[in-house]
Design a protein. Structure first.
Length: 150
């Protein structure tokens, strides 16, 4: 989707409101348009990032990413099954983990829903979390901020 189409739609809507009044209303509408043109792209990206995160949380085998190229915003599905999981025989480190009964029950329920053992589910969840953290650290945060044109 083109970000500029959404911004231009907002711009024309506010301009139409400005035409309903006198010169003062038109001037205020112009100021509002200028502010929206600067802030709306980052607000839209924040919203799309939240949507991608919510959808990703519901996907058992992958995640949704947002790609921004110039004015074009795209959603991309990343299939995490393609990554080869570590064989159980290679796992040699242990961690003692203390959980509340409620959290343990939610972990067990999630593992059952996805057809995994609790250990496999925890390993996959940790792998996903650390992979996302590395991506976020590399780009300086969990969200892309700003607006660019090409």
């Amino acid at each position: 989707m083109k970000m500029s189409l959404a911004i231009e739609g907002l711009r024309s809507d506010v301009a139409a409101v400005g035409e309903l009044g006198d010169e003062t209303v038109a001037e205020v509408a112009d100021r509002i348009v200028a502010i929206l043109a600067r802030s709306a792209p980052s607000r839209i990206l924040d919203l799309l990032s939240d949507v991608a995160a919510e959808v990703s949380a519901e996907l058992p085998e992958g995640r949704v990413e947002i790609h921004l190229v110039g004015d074009e915003v795209e959603f991309a599905y990343v299939d995490e099954r393609a990554r080869a999981p570590e064989p159980e025989a290679e796992l040699s480190s242990r961690i003692t983990l203390r959980l509340s009964d409620q959290l343990k029950a939610r972990v067990e329920d999630s593992a059952v829903r996805e057809g995994l053992s609790v250990n496999s589910w925890i390993l996959r969840t940790l792998e996903r979390g650390t992979s996302l953290s590395q991506v976020r650290s590399a780009r300086g945060g969990s969200r892309l901020r700003g607006y660019g044109t090409s």
